[in-house]
Design a protein around this ligand. Structure first.
Ligand code: URA
Length: 451
């Protein structure tokens, strides 16, 4: 054994797993060894799965979270977009059901003159993923090289890709593993996952949409605020302007859930229509992004300008341009029937008259996964055509026998399982709900606690 090998401390993944299991604080070297070893395929999935579960159960300190984010960020290239004029701004959601705002926001904000370099994820747990939605557009390529990503961004002002072997490769692998091992719901892992890929993008400012409610990973507002604080603090530490909006996910956003179905709803919004909650949230998020990109002075002005960009068709034109540049069939914007269509539909009807008092939103997301819209195992492919169309939102009056939702499916057995989940997720009461939850719960602009 050479002297340099002998003096290097022995790294064993099993020791790091046991230390976390026993509640010890991990050193940066331990975290680095694990992340680098996994990225290079030297540590197997099963060991990382065990470690991830220990993190979910034991948590992480601020120092561990910072080290994890940093190691994941440095697992690949960190883009330098400083030669591209203007402030680069992006947004990221912590994950929801029917949350398709990224597909509206990238072209909308780019149409306002702000470059949007967006690195997104696939479906995660019961939530949908931007990449899976984009891939339902025939030909759309989310696996661009860094050079191609830059070219699309420079040409049209926005580009949307996934984590690659070059950018955030550690998140690419960990994300896929967490999806199928019940290890998503940790604020520390979510923070490191989101911030590592966002900080690799070369942005100046980041808007975070932190979801709360029965369809979110953070079910209550306090947990969402904690996660938002962690991410805002991480962004600030890295010198990026970071703002978090805590927004509602107690029922699906919009009416459509499922990859191609959600693209249809995105097209509706970019054409000036679409469901009110989705349209409102898109305008609110764009309203924040415009002043962050310094093209408007206030959020109200940003919202107004965004509404104009939709009304004039400029946001839709930008989406058309980006789809074509990334190899997709841009004719879907004029003829959404070119998107994948499921072979069958099934109606879910109300068994009684009353008001829709609540929806178990996570269960609705799980119903979409069961239909084939998400993954049960890492190697699964998603069925872009399947999903759910809701006909009622919380607070709506319902007659006995009236359709609450329609399932779009390709497998009878899967549809039966999804139907059971859907039926159990609707709560019908005699009286209307006493109050409606707000769409925006809170804004967090500066991290508060630091230790
Ligand atoms: N979005 C991400 O990119 N990562 C997570 O862990 C959750 C949501």
């Amino acid at each position: 054994m050479s002297s340099s090998t002998a003096s290097r401390p022995l790294f064993r993944a099993i020791d790091v797993i046991r230390n976390k299991r026993d509640g010890l604080e991990l050193s940066r070297a331990e975290i680095e060894g694990l992340i680098n070893g996994y990225t290079r395929a030297e540590i197997p999935d099963y060991q990382i799965s065990a470690w991830l579960m220990a993190v979910v159960l034991r948590g992480m300190t601020r120092a561990e979270t910072a080290a994890l984010t940093d190691c994941m960020l440095r697992s690949g290239e960190v883009l330098d977009l400083s030669l591209l004029p203007g402030r680069k701004v992006d947004k990221h959601s912590t994950g929801g059901v029917g949350d398709k705002t990224s597909l509206v926001l990238a072209p909308l904000v780019a149409a306002a003159g702000i470059p949007v370099p967006m690195i997104s994820g696939r479906g995660l747990g019961h939530t949908g993923g931007t990449l899976d939605k984009l891939e339902s557009i025939p030909g759309f390529n989310v696996n661009l090289s860094v050079a191609e990503f830059r070219r699309v961004l420079e040409t049209c002002g926005c580009a949307m890709i996934g984590q690659t072997a070059e950018i955030a490769p550690a998140d690419r692998k960990l994300y896929a593993l967490r999806d199928v091992t019940g290890t998503v719901e940790s604020p520390y892992l979510i923070c490191a996952s989101i911030m590592s890929k966002k900080l690799a993008e070369g942005i100046d400012a980041l808007l975070l949409d932190v979801k709360t409610g029965s369809g979110a990973f953070m079910k209550n507002e306090n947990d969402a605020a904690f996660l938002a604080g962690l991410m805002v603090e991480t962004g600030e530490r890295m010198g990026k302007q970071t703002v978090a909006l805590i927004t509602d996910m107690d029922q699906p956003l919009g009416n459509m859930i499922g990859n191609a179905l959600e693209v249809v709803e995105v097209i509706d919004v970019l054409r000036g229509g679409g469901p009110a909650d989705l349209r409102e949230l898109c305008l609110e998020l764009a309203g924040w992004m415009l002043p962050m990109g310094e093209v408007s002075k206030t959020v109200a002005e940003g919202k107004q300008r965004s509404a104009e960009l939709i009304a004039s068709g400029k946001a839709l034109d930008k989406f058309r341009e980006m789809i074509a540049l990334q190899g997709g069939d841009a004719h879907v914007l004029d003829d959404p029937k070119r998107l994948p269509q499921a072979q069958h539909t099934m109606s879910i009807e109300s068994t009684k008259e009353g008001y829709l008092a609540a929806m178990q939103c996570e269960q609705i997301g799980t119903a979409c996964v069961v239909l084939g819209g998400g993954r049960e195992r890492k190697e699964d492919s998603v069925d872009p055509a399947v999903g759910i169309v809701l006909h009622k939102k919380v607070g709506d009056k319902v007659a006995a026998g009236e359709p609450l939702a329609t399932l779009h499916y390709n497998s009878q057995a899967r549809a039966q399982q999804a139907k059971q989940l859907m039926e159990a997720s609707f709560q019908i009461s005699d009286a209307p709900p006493a109050s409606q939850r707000p769409l925006i719960h809170k804004v967090i602009e500066h991290s508060r606690e630091k230790n």
